[in-house]
Design a protein around this ligand. Structure first.
Ligand code: GTP
Ligand code: MG
Length: 151
């Protein structure tokens, strides 16, 4: 089953939005298979955002991600990568639709509270960067037959 990496950034943690964000993914029917709270080093943040290293905001972004606790998670479900991004909303909360996490809960691009992998390759790389294989828990939830309608 498809998996994606989701992180609640330091602003989301400090604003008390951990439970709100987890609840949205959980209520949708996605399955939490890994979770931890960590303060990433600046070097780790640079690795996570390596694709953006030429952008003018890169240094500030990495300072910010390493400025406090981050809740790192792996969520599993059909279409979770693409749908997770839709659910999170556009990068700039001023452009995110109401009903999305950023649209409802954030105001500016530099403090948009949550990260989600943008494709299958980045999901794989980010899960490997943030988690050891043994930190991922494979299990069947009783709700799955009701979510997916398997016989
Ligand atoms: P992530 O899920 O965090 O990766 O966001 P994204 O995939 O929607 O956007 P992208 O990967 O392009 O940018 C990563 C992060 O950099 C964003 O979430 C923003 O916090 C920040 N960012 C992107 N564009 C800007 C910008 O123009 N200005 C500032 N200050 N930050 C930006
Ligand atoms: Mg991104």
């Amino acid at each position: 089953m498809e998996r994606t990496f989701i992180a609640i950034k330091p602003d989301g943690v400090q604003r008390g939005l951990i439970s709100e964000i987890i609840a949205r993914f959980e209520r949708k029917g996605f399955k939490l298979v890994a979770i931890k709270i960590v303060v990433p080093s600046k070097g780790f943040a640079q690795k996570h955002y390596h694709d953006l290293k030429e952008r003018p905001f890169f240094n500030g972004l990495c300072d910010f991600l390493s400025s406090g606790p981050v809740v790192a998670m792996v969520w599993e479900g059909e279409g979770v990568i693409k749908y997770g991004r839709k659910f999170i909303g556009a990068t700039d909360p001023q452009k995110s639709e109401p009903g999305t996490i950023r649209g409802d809960l954030a105001v500016v691009v530099g403090r948009n509270i949550i990260h989600g992998s943008d494709g299958p390759e980045t999901a794989k790389d980010e899960i490997n960067l943030w988690f050891k294989p043994e930190e991922l828990v494979a299990y069947t939830s009783n709700a799955e037959k009701w979510i997916y309608g398997v016989n």
